[in-house]
Design a protein around this ligand. Structure first.
Ligand SMILES: [Zn+2]
Length: 442
């Protein structure tokens, strides 16, 4: 009965399709001209002078020096501002925000609460200037649905590429049954994103593909925020990681790994993962291997500081407190060493462990760790787009790419703090924020 009604719905939808397509063809693309007093050229890592950006529909049509006009176009003057490509955060968790009650809430919240909150977090993220995010770990594929609802224009938020739920081994960092009494644990397996052995690794990746994930996020080392005792030791064998990576790549999906310890990082890089997240205890051999393999590093540097601060205030259970105090100070030093060692960086914050909408905090801490301001802006634009595998559509203000553009007051190369004051946000040609105020689009 259920199947019959579903098929009827699909038939009705198919009947409407030609009408919808015809409507799309008839609508002329609106043209907008933006006058930028200066524009960050993310490909060259340089600031350009006055620039005219012409947008047609959801794409950039022309980018020209000087102040040009276009007949019949809507004109936006961004006086006193610096324009940048829409920002990209390659490490967020849009369906959670880790507060004092997080561990209690995990047991008591309804799934719907998490989903509803994710719409608020998505909106905050977009208004902070992040027009694209990579969601690396959710609950039951809820960010697959969030991605699709945002893409359809029914929810306001950034463009999402999502990994679905994080993949872990039994008792590992993302085994959600850790800490539950034994009679509540059940026996989570691939359907719950928990696996053991290469065969189950292949199955868990295929299940993610089937459910609509864009990429894979795996947890080959312990972590800080779970209740386990070891925050950095390996939790996947080499053949397990290799099976995950090879299968994911077969399906055109990239692999991001959460890894704190040196051995877990080494195993992951050798297996061919696309990015290492956190990388706290990365050693010189890991740095050498990451450079050799072209593995991206998403350092989540502010989260390291944030969890250490929260731990000092007694916000976490004792097991988490101990690990948080260890990780925070270490991560700044690792960022400096990895940059000096020639590792490629992409901007990834772990927003969700700290409040969404403050994704700019990492710019401040990356500069404190010694990275040039221009490089941190490249991390959040062209590099982040490359890690997504969408550098042809995102990451620079160039003709033919999605019209994602933000503006900040002043010059972020002189004062990186400007990145906390995003005053203008356009995503795919639609303005969501102007003069520092949200623009109502619905
Ligand atoms: Zn994370």
């Amino acid at each position: 009965m259920k199947l019959v009604s579903m098929m009827r719905r699909m038939a009705a939808m198919a009947a409407c399709l030609p009408v919808a397509l015809a409507m799309g063809q008839d609508a002329p693309a609106a043209v907008t001209v933006i006058h930028c007093p200066s524009l960050f050229d993310s490909a060259a890592g340089k600031m350009l002078g006055p620039t005219t950006v012409v947008i047609s529909g959801d794409k950039f049509q022309k980018v020209e020096p000087g102040t040009q006009s276009e007949p019949g176009a809507t004109v936006i003057e961004l006086t006193g501002a610096t324009c940048l490509p829409g920002l990209i955060d390659d490490h967020v968790h849009l369906d959670m925000e880790f507060g004092r009650n997080a561990y209690m809430e995990a047991a008591h919240l309804n799934f719907a609460n998490m989903v509803l909150r994710s719409t608020l977090y998505a909106r905050r993220t977009l208004l902070a200037g992040f027009t694209t995010v990579r969601n690396v770990g959710d609950h039951d594929y809820d960010t697959v649905s969030l991605r699709d609802e945002i893409a359809a224009g029914r929810v306001i938020g950034p463009r999402i590429f999502t990994a679905g739920p994080p993949i872990s081994t039994t008792g590992g960092h993302a085994d959600w049954s850790n800490g539950l009494s034994m009679d509540l644990q059940g026996d989570p397996g691939p359907l719950q994103s928990i696996f053991n052995g290469p065969d189950e690794a292949r199955k868990v990746v295929r299940l993610h593909y089937k459910e609509g994930a864009d990429l894979i996020k795996a947890m080959p080392s312990g972590g800080v925020m779970d209740l386990g005792t070891n925050g950095s030791g390996p939790q996947m064998s080499e053949d397990e990681i290799k099976a995950l990576v090879d299968t994911a790549h077969d399906y055109g999906m990239k692999v991001a790994v959460h890894a704190h310890g040196a051995e877990a990082i080494r195993r992951s890089v050798v297996a061919g993962v696309d990015s290492v997240e956190h990388g706290t205890f990365m050693d010189d051999e890991d740095i050498r291997l990451m450079k050799e393999h072209g593995t991206f590093y998403c350092p989540t540097v502010y989260t390291g500081q944030y969890v250490a601060e929260q731990a000092k205030k007694g916000m976490y259970p004792p097991a988490v407190t101990r690990k948080a105090l260890e990780v925070g100070p270490q991560i700044m030093k690792t960022v400096t060493r990895a940059y000096q060692g020639g590792v490629k960086f992409a901007y990834g914050t772990d927003a969700g462990v700290y409040p969404h909408g403050q994704n700019w905090e990492d710019f401040i801490y990356l500069v404190k760790a010694g990275l040039p301001p221009a490089y941190t802006l490249q991390m959040a634009t062209i590099n982040a787009a490359e890690l997504l595998g969408h550098q042809d559509e995102l990451g620079t203000v160039s003709a033919g790419k999605y019209a994602d553009l933000v503006a900040v007051p002043g010059n972020p190369l002189d004062d990186i703090g400007a990145m906390s004051k995003v005053s203008f946000v356009m995503k795919a040609g639609v303005v969501y924020k102007r003069d520092g105020q949200e623009v109502l689009t619905q």
